[in-house]
Design a binder for this molecule. Structure first.
Ligand code: ZN
Length: 331
C-alpha cells in the first residue's frame, strides 16, 4: 500500500486496540508520503522533507491530537474534568477549523500533504462534523490518517468516508522478542499486564508502573484481609510513587481479580502469571459468585477513580469490596 501512494484513498482509518503500533504506523506513513526520494514503502530519512518531518516542522504536515488545556477551552465541563492532568479530553472544533486553510491552500512543496488525527475518537461532535465536511470534498493530494482504538464510536458517516485498516494484537512470541530487544527485563510479565499490546507494555515499563504492581497486589494475598490496613497501605503507595495514580491502582486490582476468576475456573492467569501460586491459594476457597459480583462492581468504581471525593474513603471502599470477594464459599 505504501509503495504506491497513488493507490491510497484520501482518508484512512487505522483501527485496533491501543499499544499495537497504529500511531507509529501513521507516522511512518506520513513520512513516506512527504518524502521526496522514497525507497519503496519507506521514507529515505535523508532528504529535506524527511529532515523537516523528523524535526517536527514540515509545512505540509499537521497532527491533530489532544491539546494541553489552556484558559480558552470551549467547554467548561471539559476543563473541569481535565484539570488534574492538564490535557484536554476532546479534540475540539477550532482544531479542525484550523485545518481548513491548510488543506484548501496549496502545498508548500508541490507534493502531498498529510493530516493525522489521533485519537480520532476524541473528536467531539462538532469537530467530527467539521472534518466530515472537509472529507466530503477532498482536496487533491491531501491524505487524512485517522487513528483510533475506539473506532466503533466514530460517526458512522465519518467512518464510511475512510478506508479502514484493522490492527490486531501481535503474536506473543514476536512481541516478547521485540520487548526483550528493547531492553525490557521481564517481557512476558510486562506484555501480560499490557493485555498483549507491546507498545503499551513498553510505555508501562518506561513509566515504572511495574514496580508498584507487586506492592498493590501482595497484601491482598495475606489472610485475613483487613480493609482499613489495606487501604492505608495503598494510600502510602500513592504517596511514595508519583507515577502511580488511583486509576492505575484500580486497574491493577481489576487485573488481579480478573486473574483470580480465571484461576478459580482452572485457567492460567492472563496478567499476573508470577502471582499464580498466591492466586491458586486464594482461588481454592473463593466463591465464584462473589468474585464475579466484585468484578462487576469494580467497573463502576473504576469510573469514579479519576475524581474521587476522598481518596482514603475511595480506597477503603475498594479494599472492603476485595475483602468481601475473598470471603470463602460456604459449604
Ligand atoms: Zn526522504
Amino acid at each position: 500500500m505504501l509503495g504506491n501512494p497513488a493507490s491510497l484513498p484520501h482518508a484512512l482509518l487505522l483501527a485496533g486496540p491501543g499499544g499495537v503500533g497504529k500511531s507509529r504506523f501513521a507516522a511512518a506513513m506520513a513520512a513516506r508520503l512527504l518524502c521526496e526520494q522514497p525507497r519503496g514503502s519507506w521514507a529515505c530519512g535523508e532528504c529535506d522533507a524527511c529532515r523537516w518531518q523528523a524535526g517536527g516542522n514540515h509545512p505540509d504536515f499537521r497532527k491533530v491530537t489532544l491539546e494541553v488545556d489552556d484558559a480558552e477551552g470551549d467547554e467548561a465541563s471539559t476543563k473541569a474534568s481535565s484539570k488534574k492532568s492538564g490535557v484536554a479530553t476532546q479534540i475540539k472544533i477550532h482544531q479542525i477549523r484550523a485545518l481548513e486553510d491548510f488543506v484548501f491552500v496549496g502545498s508548500h512543496r508541490h507534493g502531498n500533504r498529510v493530516v493525522i488525527v489521533d485519537p480520532a475518537d476524541a473528536m467531539n461532535g462538532a469537530a467530527a462534523n467539521s472534518l466530515l465536511k472537509i472529507l466530503e470534498e477532498p482536496p487533491p493530494s491531501v491524505y487524512f490518517i485517522m487513528v483510533s482504538s475506539k473506532w466503533r464510536s466514530l460517526l458512522p458517516t465519518l467512518r464510511s468516508r475512510c478506508r479502514k485498516v484493522l490492527f490486531g494484537v501481535p503474536e506473543t512470541g514476536a512481541a516478547v522478542a521485540w520487548l526483550k530487544q528493547a531492553g525490557i527485563k521481564d517481557p512476558e510479565m510486562e506484555l501480560g499486564l499490557a493485555g498483549g499490546a507491546p507498545l503499551r507494555a513498553l510505555a508501562r515499563s518506561e513509566r515504572g508502573t511495574k514496580d508498584s504492581t507487586a506492592e498493590i497486589i501482595a497484601p491482598l494475598s495475606r489472610q485475613p484481609l483487613d480493609p482499613l490496613t489495606l487501604a492505608a497501605h495503598w494510600e502510602s503507595q500513592l504517596k511514595v510513587n508519583p507515577e502511580l495514580n488511583l486509576e492505575n491502582l484500580v486497574d491493577t486490582v481489576q487485573k488481579w481479580l480478573h486473574d483470580l476468576i480465571r484461576v478459580r475456573a482452572a485457567l492460567a492467569p492472563r496478567y499476573l502469571a508470577r502471582e499464580n501460586e498466591n492466586l491458586s491459594r486464594l482461588a481454592a476457597t473463593a466463591d465464584p459468585a462473589r468474585l464475579n459480583r466484585c468484578h462487576d462492581s469494580l467497573l463502576k468504581v473504576r469510573a469514579t477513580a479519576r475524581h474521587p471525593l476522598n481518596t482514603l474513603l475511595f480506597l477503603e471502599d475498594l479494599a472492603a469490596r476485595c475483602a468481601v470477594a475473598l470471603t470463602p464459599a460456604r459449604h
